[in-house]
Design a protein around this ligand. Structure first.
Ligand SMILES: Cc1cc2nc3c(=O)[nH]c(=O)nc-3n(C[C@H](O)[C@H](O)[C@H](O)COP(=O)(O)OP(=O)(O)OC[C@H]3O[C@@H](n4cnc5c(N)ncnc54)[C@H](O)[C@@H]3O)c2cc1C
Length: 418
């Protein structure tokens, strides 16, 4: 296929880029190194901002038809389950007023089903390097397919090859990843007793426990753990570990039996964050985790991958020439980088409030959750930001209200912009 754009990586960012670009009439070659679609669980919760984009593409509707669950609230709770801060998404004054949850492979399938005949998806193709013009501008990629090395030329290369991106490195964009000191143990709990239809983050003495329902009577539970906490635990030791979990977070007690039965399929995931200093070089743009990663606690990563793709495509109007492409990549970077700085900071602050186990971190974190929870103006602002519907930065004064150092005379009103 003679393509305008070659997209490398068919995760959520690459598939979203292929959708966004093909809808605008561009011919896209989408290359993925895995021969089969992934089955791993890696993000299931879609925020209203990304959902609006997916609805325009008719992907949100496909997810709803496949049984996606509406979650109306994002709630931080104490270990007994009492809400400390409830973000009620159904109070948003926007078209999309909920979170939508489905399995990551189903989200990828729904995006793939949306691809039209402007897109050719080839699996089992490893992208090895970029091709460059004599000026140094990226002009395509070098691939290995079926044991053969080949060159593919395109007007734009979109790097969507994930966290450890090879393309980012060969493009010369260096990133500094900061690892969080904990891991997240992910449990997919089958045959679970019914839980509330919300995204609940429990704040325990040992950190975050995150729980939400999934289609098919399942529940997703993420538990903050020490790096080696679950290593080599057999059945009995795991049962004792679950008893301990229920002691520190009694609200999870109803799930304990089903959790024991599902515990063998756990995954333990490292967590890190970074933002690339630039989102492109001439002829190449970064989207999704190739360019940025955040703590999963605020459910932002997959959502920003989708909105990156839409933002890049919006800047690529008209006929593609090297100068129009490079201008579009520049405009994408100028718009997107400050937004990603804000999203990264918001996610990090939200994660710190719950995962920081130091004495001062715990005191400030609990206080910030309670004070934000009791302040309508701040609560709406935080919800709007997390929902991906716009960016309203908190001022220094807001931060002082947030930790209860200064009373807020506007605490009982919605923000003026709402
Ligand atoms: C535990 C966990 C929970 C999460 N929960 C949420 C959530 O609830 N909501 C949310 O919004 N986000 C969530 N995220 C984040 C989200 O999963 C990621 O932000 C998102 O998946 C990134 O997608 P991506 O397409 O950029 O990268 P990836 O999913 O890593 O896709 C990259 C693709 O590129 C392919 N590839 C790599 N190298 C090459 C190559 N050289 N040639 C060809 N192909 C290549 C890979 O095989 C892969 O298919 C979570 C993440 C984790 C770890």
């Amino acid at each position: 296929m003679d393509a305008d754009v070659v997209v490398c990586g068919a995760g959520v960012a690459g598939l979203a880029a292929a959708c966004a670009l093909s809808i605008r009439g561009l011919r896209v070659l989408l290359l993925e190194k895995q021969a089969e679609p992934t089955r791993i669980a890696k993000g299931e919760v879609l925020q209203p901002g990304a959902l609006g984009v997916l609805r325009e593409w008719h992907v949100a509707q496909r997810l709803e038809l496949r049984g996606a669950l509406r979650l109306d609230r994002l709630v931080a709770r104490d270990p007994a389950g009492t809400p400390l801060m409830a973000l009620e998404y159904d109070r948003l004054r926007d078209q999309e007023r909920c979170l939508l949850a489905h399995d990551y492979p189903v989200i990828l399938e729904a995006l793939e089903d949306r691809l039209d005949d402007h897109v050719e998806l080839r699996r089992g193709v490893l992208v090895r390097d970029v091709l460059r013009e004599t000026t140094g501008r990226v002009a395509g990629v070098r691939i290995t397919e079926g044991g053969q090395e080949r060159e593919v030329r395109a007007k734009l290369v979109v790097a969507a090859d994930g966290l450890s991106s090879r393309l980012r490195k060969v493009a010369g964009i260096e990133v500094r990843r900061e690892e969080y000191p904990h891991r997240l143990a992910a449990f997919d709990i089958a045959d679970a007793p019914e839980v509330e239809q919300d995204f609940s983050a429990y704040v325990s003495e040992r950190g975050l426990r995150l729980r939400y329902p999934l289609p098919g009577g399942r529940v997703r539970l993420y538990v903050q753990v020490e790096p080696d906490e679950l290593r080599g635990l057999g059945r009995d030791a795991m049962a004792r570990w679950i008893d301990e979990l229920v002691r520190d977070t009694p609200a999870l007690a109803p799930l304990a039996g089903a959790l024991r039965a599902s515990a063998a399929n756990r995954q333990v995931l490292p967590v890190s964050r970074f933002l690339a200093p630039q989102l492109g070089v001439p002829g190449l743009a970064l989207v999704g985790e190739t360019g940025h990663a955040v703590h999963p606690m605020a459910a932002q990563g997959m959502n920003t991958s989708i909105t990156d793709a839409e933002c890049l495509a919006r800047h690529l109007g008209g006929e593609l020439t090297p100068s129009s492409v490079d201008a579009a990549v520049g405009a994408y970077q100028r718009q997107r980088l400050p937004e990603l700085v804000h999203i990264g900071q918001t996610s990090h602050n939200a994660a710190r409030m719950i995962t920081d186990l130091s004495w001062s971190g715990r005191v400030v974190g609990r206080r910030a959750l309670r004070c934000t929870g009791g302040n309508e103006r701040l609560r709406y602002t935080v919800m709007h930001n997390m929902a991906g519907l716009g960016q309203h930065r908190l001022t220094v004064l807001d931060r002082l209200h947030q930790i209860g150092v200064l009373p807020d005379p506007r605490a009982h009103r919605l923000p003026t912009w709402a």
